[in-house]
Each structure stands twice: as structure tokens, then as C-alpha cells.
Design a protein around this ligand. Structure first.
Ligand code: SF4
Ligand code: SF4
Length: 471
């Protein structure tokens, strides 16, 4: 791009790495503005949800549980067992496609508004830092100052609170894995009684603290795979945080007494406000960059400047490169419509998969290697094996009915009782009147019930003698 040729040095290195390879600490100015306020509200709501969910129970079980150790998952109150793995994989594939398509259209909106890394950093840890160490320039001064009482108590208090938040958060994250009851026991019984859980909490607290006290924006820039994928996901039509270089360039300092248009100056007054608030230390005027997490802080900052110099807002805004280059308005074009339809289709597919999920999963197979038997003078019999996976939260007594044709079922042994989350199996005989068999292979239909409620329907075949033998 011709206009940017003279500012091309930003491509030589990352915004947070100095020329000698050392880390450049980012001291972002605290943003102010409408979008920041909306993000603050969104973040508080999401944080509240995150910390309240472990306390919600459905029929005595957690509302959400991701117990990887015991391979037990509860999502929105619905329990999933290893037998539901196919559903899990399909949902994951649909989710990945959803994320890819969403990013192609709407860029990194997720990173700026919903990502836990951004929410914890910008709306929990960072405000505490402003509160204890002062604004961005006071923080810089404090870091450069020699070790004195002022520095010790401010740094000490900040890191103590940071670790405390990490320690509390670790309990909640453990609750998502083991359930809140276990975490409650861990607190009341003490670490010695639950050493593994306690080690897990300490390990997680240290990692959490390290991420927000030290790593910070490096997680988004270097570690996060979603961030690294932006280069292949975004194109000229993706809606990202963009600087309108057509309107802003050629940039030049503001002078209230001069007519900018006659001096061939664009609307960017080179105030540096957009760069000052950026949590990843970049200058959005250099175009879309891997480091941009779409946090909107630069939009708020620039809009404030535009209002002050009485220019229209939106020099930095949500826009695609194409809309800026062609000076067109963002439109709901065919591409967005197509992707939206695909995304809706995927969501419907996921919803459908969940809706057809049965509380039990049953299989009925004729006993291997067996043929029909003459049960008595009136009936032929076949022997079957039934296997039932109980995906409900309670122990079930499973009953069988023969739906088609007329016949009788005789269970071998007692009734089939299956505990929740377990697999039960049993053998049974099906008796069908000789006179009712019209061929050597008769289709049979079973109804699997429990407590009078129909749980599943299964088809199989009943083997009988061929027509000649029946005469
Ligand atoms: S805040 Fe706006 S006017 Fe100021 S430097 Fe950034 S783009 Fe230019
Ligand atoms: S460039 Fe703007 S939107 Fe991107 S991370 Fe920096 S402040 Fe946030």
C-alpha cells in the first residue's frame, strides 16, 4: 500500500519485542468510551455466570461438569457418557467450522468481547493495577524507580491480590471438573485429606497468576492458536477493527487555526491516543495485525479525539478492508448471507443431534450361533441378547415389549436393572406362534420401556423354519 510505505518498519519486529530481543512491557492507558462501557457490562455478566454456574444443580447433579478424569460430562444439565463420544466429536467439528466461518465474516469479535483471557485481564486484573499503581505513566515511573517503601508496598499488595484472585478462580475451575461438592469438602476437610485436589488448585493458581501478572498479551500474540490462525482466516472482506486510511491520511498534527483540507491533511491528527490505549502495544493505523485482539479501545479513544476536533466519529471503526478501500458502507452482502445460512444450518444440526439423543441406548441382537427352537407344540422360539446403556441420573428397571408380530417375551434371569452411567445386559426368549410365521425370516419390533415410559424402539429378525419344513 503506497500510503503506508514510510511506516513499514512495524513489520520488522513484534510490538512487544525490542530491537535487542527483550520484552517491551505494555503500559496501556485505561480506555474510556461507550464501547468500553458495553464491554465492561458484558464482562461482569460473563464473570458472574462463570462463578455462579458451579453452584447450580439439576436433580442433584451439576448444571455443567467437565470431568475429564472420569470421562463424565454434563452440559446444560444433560449428562454425557463415553458412549456419547460421537455426539461430542460431531459437536466439536460443528463448533470449529462455526468458529472458522464466524471469524471469516466477523473477525476476532470473540477475542475482544467474550474471551476469558481478555475479560480477566482487562476487567479484573488491569483495573486493580490502575487502582494500586496509578495510571499508565505512573506505572511506568514506578517500574523505573529504585526499590523503596512506596514500590515495595504497591507491588507487594498488587501481586498479593493477583494471587488471591488466581487462588479463588482455581477453586471455581476445579468445581467445573470435580463438582462444587468436592471443592466444598476440600475446603472444610483441609488439604491433607484431599492432597491431589489441593496440588491441582495450587498448580492452577500459579499458572493463572503467571498468565495475568507476567505473560498477559503474549498469550494472545504467541500462545493462543486461534490468534495464530487469524492470518489464514481473515481476508479483505472480514469485518475487523480498521483505521480508515482513506479519510485519515495524510496524517498531520492538529492546529485549530488551520484549514486541514487546504493543507491536504487527512483527519488523523497524530495524537497517538489509539496507540496509547492498545493492550497489545500496536498502532492500528498500520492496518490489520496479528496482535490486534479487536478490543475496541482504539475506537473509543479516536472517537473522543474526533468529537473534540469536531470531525465525524468512526475514523477507526468496525469495517472490512474492502469497505474502506472502496469507500462503501458495510452491507449485508451475499457472502455474509451465505455464511450466516451455513452457520444457522450447523446450529440447527447440533440442536437436532441433542434433541434425538435418547436417555438410554439399547441394542438387541439374536444370540450368535443359535437358530430357532421348537418351544412347544404351538410356538417357535429365538434367543436374543439385549444391551442397555443407562444415560439418565437414576437406576432403571428396563422392560421389553414385543410390538410386532404378536408373541411373548421371556426374560432369562430376573428383571434387567441398570445403574446410571452403566451398561446392563440380559438374555431373553421370544415365542411366536407357529401359525403366525409366514417366512423363515420375520421382522420383529421391540419396545424398550422403563416405569411405563417408552425409551427406545428396536427392530430385529426372528428366524423360523422355511416354508417346506413348516408344512
Ligand atoms: S486516535 Fe485517531 S486521530 Fe489520534 S492518532 Fe489515532 S487515528 Fe489518528
Ligand atoms: S489495535 Fe485497537 S482493537 Fe486492536 S488490540 Fe489495539 S486497541 Fe484493541
Amino acid at each position: 500500500m503506497e500510503e503506508f510505505e514510510e511506516f513499514d518498519d512495524f513489520r520488522d519486529r513484534q510490538s512487544t519485542i525490542g530491537e535487542d530481543g527483550s520484552r517491551l512491557w505494555v503500559y496501556p492507558k485505561q480506555p474510556k468510551g461507550i464501547l468500553y462501557n458495553y464491554r465492561k457490562i458484558t464482562s461482569f455478566v460473563l464473570l458472574a455466570i462463570l462463578f455462579i454456574i458451579p453452584f447450580i444443580k439439576v436433580n442433584g447433579d451439576p448444571f455443567m461438569l467437565f470431568n475429564f478424569l472420569e470421562r463424565k460430562f454434563i452440559v446444560f444439565g444433560v449428562m454425557f457418557y463415553p458412549q456419547d463420544f460421537h455426539l461430542f466429536v460431531l459437536s466439536m467439528i460443528a463448533f470449529i467450522v462455526f468458529v472458522v466461518l464466524f471469524t471469516v465474516i466477523f473477525g476476532r469479535i470473540f477475542c475482544g468481547w467474550i474471551c476469558p483471557q481478555t475479560i480477566f485481564m482487562e476487567f479484573l486484573y488491569r483495573p486493580i493495577e490502575y487502582w494500586i499503581e496509578g495510571n499508565h505513566s505512573q506505572q511506568r515511573k514506578l517500574d523505573q524507580s529504585s526499590l523503596d517503601f512506596n514500590k515495595i508496598w504497591r507491588k507487594g499488595l498488587k501481586h498479593f491480590i493477583f494471587f488471591l484472585i488466581s487462588f479463588i478462580s482455581a477453586h471455581f475451575f476445579l468445581a467445573y471438573i470435580t463438582g462444587i461438592d468436592y471443592v466444598g469438602k476440600l475446603i472444610t476437610d483441609g488439604p491433607a485429606a484431599h492432597l491431589t485436589g489441593f496440588i491441582g488448585i495450587i498448580a492452577f493458581s500459579v499458572v493463572h497468576y503467571f498468565v495475568f501478572a507476567k505473560l498477559r498479551e503474549q498469550v494472545c500474540i504467541i500462545i493462543c492458536p486461534y490468534g495464530r490462525l487469524q492470518g489464514v482466516l481473515l481476508d479483505r472482506n472480514s469485518i475487523v477493527i480498521s483505521y480508515d486510511y482513506k479519510r485519515g491520511e495524510p496524517r498531520g498534527k492538529y492546529n485549530p487555526l488551520e484549514d486541514r483540507a487546504s493543507k491536504n491533511k487527512g483527519d488523523c491528527v497524530e495524537c497517538g491516543s489509539c496507540q496509547a490505549v492498545c493492550p497489545t502495544g500496536i498502532d492500528i493505523r498500520n492496518g490489520t495485525q496479528l496482535e490486534c485482539i479487536n478490543c475496541t479501545a482504539c475506537i473509543d479513544a479516536c472517537n473522543t479525539v474526533m468529537r473534540r476536533i469536531k470531525k465525524p466519529e468512526g475514523l477507526i471503526r468496525y469495517a472490512s478492508e474492502r469497505t474502506i478501500a472502496d469507500k462503501t458502507k458495510l452491507m449485508f452482502n451475499v457472502r455474509i448471507l451465505f455464511y450466516s445460512v451455513v452457520l444457522s444450518g450447523l446450529l440447527i444440526l447440533i440442536a437436532f443431534l441433542f434433541s434425538i439423543r435418547t436417555p438410554i441406548e439399547s441394542t438387541i441382537l439374536r444370540q450368535k450361533g443359535t437358530m430357532f427352537q421348537e418351544y412347544d407344540s404351538l410356538h417357535y422360539s429365538n434367543i436374543y441378547m439385549i444391551q442397555v446403556i443407562n444415560k439418565t441420573r437414576k437406576t432403571l428397571q428396563v422392560d421389553l415389549e414385543l410390538d410386532e408380530p404378536d408373541g411373548e417375551i421371556k426374560l432369562v434371569g430376573g428383571p434387567l436393572i441398570v445403574k446410571n452411567g452403566e451398561v446392563g445386559e440380559s438374555q431373553f426368549l421370544v415365542l411366536i406362534k407357529k401359525s403366525d410365521l409366514k417366512s423363515s425370516n420375520t421382522e420383529v419390533e421391540f419396545k424398550v420401556t422403563s416405569g411405563g415410559e417408552e425409551m427406545d424402539e428396536i427392530e430385529s429378525t426372528f428366524v423360523g423354519p422355511n416354508a417346506l419344513d413348516r408344512k
